[in-house]
Design a binder for this molecule. Structure first.
Ligand SMILES: NC(=O)c1ccc[n+]([C@@H]2O[C@H](COP(=O)([O-])OP(=O)(O)OC[C@H]3O[C@@H](n4cnc5c(N)ncnc54)[C@H](OP(=O)(O)O)[C@@H]3O)[C@@H](O)[C@H]2O)c1
Length: 261
């Protein structure tokens, strides 16, 4: 099958290439999926999991992309909860081959059903960005009605979904300024690693997004009824994906690779 792989850690984005790779076989409790569309986080080559598996073994060339929407094409031994032909979306394990490929294998516990009226491109744009925003706001930020949110990098894929907080809270969008943290008593939630300065008496949290299918259902419900709009930028094919994933110009919205028309 065709896939986009990362080959050389030092080369970062310049080292990704379109390659021919064996299609994955779903393992116990896995779901095999025909990928229709795949999203992508622009820093995947910086993740240790792109280069080594959970046992520390070299993974290169690793198929990148870990959020997707597609159709169930096979079930692993003992897998329950999904059926052949079902539309699904979700996040795959970062330590396994990913979703910028014609097929992927994903643990059933990481999948959610994709409603029939939500396009695969939209579905693929939501899992990592949507769950990161959701977990940052509600799980780690413990956001409550009446509070305000200041989102740095709000034009990006994660930042644009911070509008999830509406209408319960006021959203302020902002680029980062040195010292631009919370006022006394606020909570600083970082998705880019530990904050360099942690104001005294403030709570500072950094976290890595987890796959929580029940939250995906909440997020896609908001897209269906118009409370949330997916912020999609470039959409292109797997064949033309490599330059789109390593653009020379500023990204506007989530880059989505449409694997099947
Ligand atoms: N912790 C996690 O689990 C997790 C999950 C997903 C993503 N992330 C990380 O979150 C970050 C954003 O991801 P994304 O998918 O939203 O990327 P993205 O779509 O490329 O958006 C990046 C945004 O950051 C802004 N930006 C760039 N440099 C900045 C700076 N110095 N100060 C403030 N804003 C700046 C950009 O603004 P301009 O458009 O003006 O350049 C853009 O709006 C990445 O670092 C990614 O690795 C972490």
């Amino acid at each position: 099958m065709k896939a986009i792989v990362a080959t050389d850690q030092a080369a970062e984005a310049a080292g990704i290439t379109l390659a021919e790779r064996p299609a994955p076989t779903p393992a116990i409790n896995d779901v095999g999926v025909d990928v229709h569309a795949s999203g992508f986080v622009p820093a995947e080559w910086e993740w240790p999991s792109t280069w080594v598996d959970r046992s520390g073994h070299d993974r290169a060339p690793a198929i990148i992309g870990h959020e997707f929407a597609g159709v169930v094409s096979s079930l692993g031994y003992g897998t329950t909860g999904f059926s052949l032909g079902q539309r699904v979306f979700g996040i795959t394990d970062r330590h396994r081959d990913g979703t910028l490929a014609e097929h992927t294998a994903v643990e059933a516990r990481n999948l959610a059903p994709l409603p029939g009226n939500v396009d695969f491109t939209v579905g693929a744009s939501l899992p990592i960005s949507g769950l990161t925003a959701w977990q940052g706001l509600f799980q780690h930020g413990r956001l409550q009605a009446g509070q305000s949110v200041l989102a740095h990098g709000a034009a990006g894929a994660v930042g644009s979904i911070v509008t999830l907080a509406r209408p319960r809270v006021r959203c302020l969008r902002h680029r980062y300024r040195a010292g631009g943290g919370p006022r006394r008593g606020g909570t600083l939630v970082s998705v880019v690693g530990p904050a360099e300065s942690r104001p005294v008496d403030d709570l500072a949290i950094d976290f890595v997004v987890e796959s929580v299918p029940s939250q995906l259902v909440e997020i896609v419900d908001r897209v269906r009824d118009g409370r949330l709009r997916a912020h999609i930028g470039t959409v292109t094919t797997l064949d033309n994906g490599v330059p789109a994933l390593n653009p020379t110009e500023r990204r506007k919205g989530k880059t989505v690779i449409r694997v099947r028309p």
